[in-house]
Ligand binder design. Structure first.
Ligand SMILES: Nc1nc2c(c(=O)[nH]1)N[C@H]1C(S)=C(S)[C@@H](COP(=O)(O)OP(=O)(O)OC[C@H]3O[C@@H](n4cnc5c(=O)[nH]c(N)nc54)[C@H](O)[C@@H]3O)O[C@H]1N2
Ligand SMILES: Nc1nc2c(c(=O)[nH]1)N[C@H]1C(S)=C(S)[C@@H](COP(=O)(O)OP(=O)(O)OC[C@H]3O[C@@H](n4cnc5c(=O)[nH]c(N)nc54)[C@H](O)[C@@H]3O)O[C@H]1N2
Ligand code: SF4
Ligand SMILES: [Mo]
Length: 733
């Protein structure tokens, strides 16, 4: 067969880099960056450039499977749907709709259709037990946007290509490529800030790979950003760097905000953050005197215990300093249609969890409640769970309890490409598609919310058909809906028309002429965004560049919050700050010398799902390490490469030390997504010897951030001891 070349874009992380893929029949022979792509212009990373290893992984499951004890065997789709449908109907009849739960993993958000279909399925089931990675990743941001800007999808991003001062809290672009902004080749673009005379400052307990490449490091103690930000804002007022005129014209609540931060002096924050009062004042001066500046925060603050208040204060700093809605400051996203407006009511239907009476957010419950929702006796207990493109056993909190919970389910269905650790507990495994086997448009945030300094749009056809019996997730979900008698979106009409659409598509002759369902929907979305149909989009194989968002396009023009003004002091956040900050501060001050655990993303890992590719786990990369400062290692009497026990009231793990002065003393970092030994479906990953960091992460209502339901993965208190000392003690030496 001859080689053909096709362009597409990667859907592993938010960069969504353009790729050029060489195919020999149905075999991928080569992947290279698409040099003509309108946004990524020839940039791509190792993960995108080797995605065929995941797609063609020898462990890829290509038929539906059923577990019988410890053995798995292939079954037909028909049998799978009939049995699952029967069980779901029985659970709903016997225990009600809320006895079923759904968990959506991270990869589903990269294909806009998947969340639409799966949410439709949940609505059809009538269950409120919907869990997503939102509460492990970023729900605090949606919550703050909801309350400040009037819609969870009204999201801002720093105008990286034009600003002079960027202060980054809890982000590592060199490795993770940033979040809530589409910025292919982030390191080059951050370096350009310095090249034009500007500055980049990293506020982080670890000197990251990014900080080594550019900018200045400013160490902060884990989970204390909220105090730094409160003092930053106070100092901004002190230094007269608040644009009061602009604030009174376009915003509400300035006085209340000023009063709220007034007790947070630079000196007071210094006692817990480790950033001296003088350093903070100088940072504020630099920020305040820059032509254009922005603060940007990512998972480092989201996954702390005060993510909502911290992110709110961060947004307020950008807003009151005059940087919001300014070229070279922080811009309000705008997508191909007004998604922010369309989602203003997304959080209207509030309900409370059975466990801890926690408030729902955007129709979902906090994932750290999932294990208790399954385990605790009572009405509405979850007895059946669908896990779609996710691995909560490794990625959510309290993995030991989660394992117990998963094992107790009457029905667990996993829809994935590989049989991961969570699927190990499943009763049925349904083989979905790899992104290269699906037609798509870019990530929802970008297309719809417009978090793009250089906006673009693209349609990609599926590059390849799925192998074996693997089927597109939208097809799987329609079949599940049908067999569970759970019409999508609760609409029999919609389900009926989709069933008919599906049947017509199977007819010989006519089938080939009908546009299949996902393409049809993607075409509708593109048309709704006035970008033409798929035919027109196919003429742009490297994407279409769209007009950039400019300053002065948001304030006074499209603010969706009360009175058309940005809300600087929303009641929910003000109350939360008043209730919590002083106590939290005292706790931080008294926490003394104990170790604080933080997360660390790795270039060759993507959450939990890339370790089954031998190229990713070569040599020293066969495991994760506990990174620790040399002084701390010395105090423990442990050397580089030795094992230590890391423990707290939730659990304990034995981890291998990597001594490095990149860590702030007192802080240790352990990458997540490891601990694969139980995965019979991952023949390569199961032989790695990493440990699961989330054995140490607390779950349950008391462990979550109260208004957004976020899990805490950063700033976890842990004890560490050398196992060498422990063994010696045991032996009486
Ligand atoms: N300690 C700690 N824990 C964390 C974090 C942290 O920083 N520290 N980060 C959190 C964050 S930000 C996130 S987003 C979560 C991620 O949490 P999850 O989404 O639960 O975990 P992943 O490891 O991303 O699992 C993705 C699964 O989807 C499968 N998959 C990949 N592509 C497809 C596809 O196209 N179709 C289907 N059907 N399946 C597919 C993969 O095989 C894999 O099994 O982890 C969270 N957990
Ligand atoms: N290679 C790779 N890329 C990825 C992923 C991956 O697993 N691997 N995951 C993807 C996903 S799902 C996401 S959500 C994004 C996330 O992208 P980022 O948010 O950039 O995630 P991280 O690289 O984990 O960066 C978080 C940083 O916060 C720091 N930090 C920890 N605790 C604190 C704290 O208390 N305060 C402050 N100020 N900083 C703190 C950590 O040292 C770390 O450098 O990355 C995506 N890209
Ligand atoms: S940076 Fe992200 S989107 Fe780009 S190739 Fe790498 S994984 Fe894919
Ligand atoms: Mo994430």
């Amino acid at each position: 067969m001859s080689t053909t070349q096709k362009t597409t874009f990667c859907r592993i992380c938010e960069n969504q880099c353009g790729l050029r893929v060489s195919l020999d029949g149905e075999r991928i022979t080569h992947i290279e960056p698409d040099t003509e792509h309108v946004a990524s212009r020839g940039y791509a990373c190792i993960k995108g450039l080797s995605f065929q290893n995941m797609r063609d992984n020898p462990d890829r499951i290509t038929t539906p499977m059923k577990r019988d004890g410890e053995r798995w065997h292939a079954i037909s789709w028909q049998q799978a749907f009939q049995e699952i449908g029967r069980k779901v109907r029985q659970l709903r009849d016997d225990h009600g709709d809320d006895s079923l739960g759904l968990y959506f993993g991270n990869p589903i958000s990269f294909s806009p259709l998947m969340p639409i279909f799966f949410t439709g399925f949940a609505q059809g089931l009538g269950t409120r037990k919907l869990f997503t990675t939102g509460s492990l990743d970023c729900n605090n941001k949606f919550l703050v946007s909801q309350h400040m800007y009037g819609s969870p999808m009204a999201l801002t991003f720093p105008d990286i290509d034009h600003l002079d001062c960027l202060i980054m809290l809890g982000s590592n672009p060199s490795v993770s490529k940033m979040s809530f902004i589409n910025l292919p080749d982030p390191v080059r673009r951050l370096k350009a800030i310095e090249a034009r005379g500007g500055s980049v400052i990293h506020i982080n307990p670890r000197r990251t790979e990014t900080a080594k490449a550019l900018g200045e490091q400013c160490f902060i103690r884990p989970d204390t950003d909220v105090f730094f930000l409160a003092a930053f804002l106070r100092e901004l007022f002190e230094q007269g760097a608040v644009d009061r005129k602009r604030a009174s014209q376009f915003m509400e609540g300035l006085e209340e905000l000023e009063a709220l931060v007034s007790p947070w002096t630079a000196e007071r924050q210094a006692a817990v953050t480790g950033i001296s009062a003088d350093s903070l004042r100088k940072l504020v001066q630099r920020y305040g005197s820059a032509k254009g500046a922005a603060l940007y925060g990512s998972t480092g603050i989201n996954q702390g215990s005060n993510g909502s208040v911290a992110f709110w204060l961060l947004e307020c700093i950008n807003a009151v300093s005059g940087n919001l809605d300014k070229r070279g400051g922080s811009l309000m996203g705008r997508g191909i249609f007004d998604y922010a407006k369309a989602t203003t009511g997304a959080d209207d239907q509030v309900f409370h969890s059975r466990i801890g009476h926690t408030r729902s957010f955007l129709g979902t419950l906090p994932t750290p409640l999932l294990a208790d929702e399954i385990l605790e006796e009572g009405q509405d207990r979850i007895r059946g769970l669908f896990v779609i493109a996710g691995n909560p056993l490794l990625t959510s909190t309290n993995s030991r309890k989660t394992a117990k919970a998963l094992a107790s389910l009457e029905l667990l269905v996993a829809v994935d490409i590989l049989r991961n650790e969570t699927a190990e507990y499943a009763h049925y495994f349904l083989p979905g598609t790899h992104f290269s086997e699906r037609p798509d448009i870019p990530f929802t945030f970008f297309s719809f919310s417009g978090l793009m300094p250089e906006p673009w749009f693209q349609y990609t056809d599926a590059l390849l058909p799925p192998p074996g019996d693997c089927r597109d997730e939208s097809w799987i979900i329609r079949q599940l809906a049908k067999h569970c008698r759970a019409p999508l979106f609760g609409s029999r009409l919609l389900q009926g028309s989709m069933n008919i659409g599906g049947k017509l598509g199977q007819l010989p002759g006519l089938g080939a002429r009908l546009t299949p369902m996902p393409e049809r929907l993607l075409g509708l979305i593109s048309r709704a965004g006035k970008l033409g149909g798929l035919g027109a989009l196919r003429k742009h194989p490297h994407g279409i560049a769209l007009p950039a968002i400019d300053g002065n396009s948001y304030l006074g023009k499209r603010v969706l919050a009360r009175n058309g003004k940005v809300q600087l002091a929303p009641a929910l956040l003000v109350n939360l700050a008043n209730e919590r900050l002083a106590d939290r501060y005292e706790q931080a001050r008294q926490s003394g010398d104990g170790f604080k655990l933080i997360t660390k993303r790795e270039r060759f890992s993507h959450n939990s799902w890339t370790h089954n590719d031998p190229a990713y786990i070569k040599g020293k990369r066969r495991q994760n390490y506990l990174y620790i400062h040399p002084d701390d290692a010395q105090k423990l009497g442990a050397n580089d490469g030795e094992e230590v026990e890391v423990s707290n009231e939730i659990g304990a793990v034995i981890a291998c030390l990597a001594v490095s002065d990149d860590l702030m003393p007192g802080t240790v970092a352990l990458p997540h997504g490891w601990g694969h030994e139980i995965a019979s479906g991952l023949s390569v990953a199961r032989k790695t010897c990493g440990v699961n960091a989330n054995i140490l992460a607390a779950d349950g209502p008391d462990a979550i951030e109260p208004v957004s339901g976020m899990a805490q993965f950063n700033g976890i208190a842990v004890n560490i001891r050398s196992t060498r000392t422990a063994t010696a003690q045991k032996l009486g030496q």
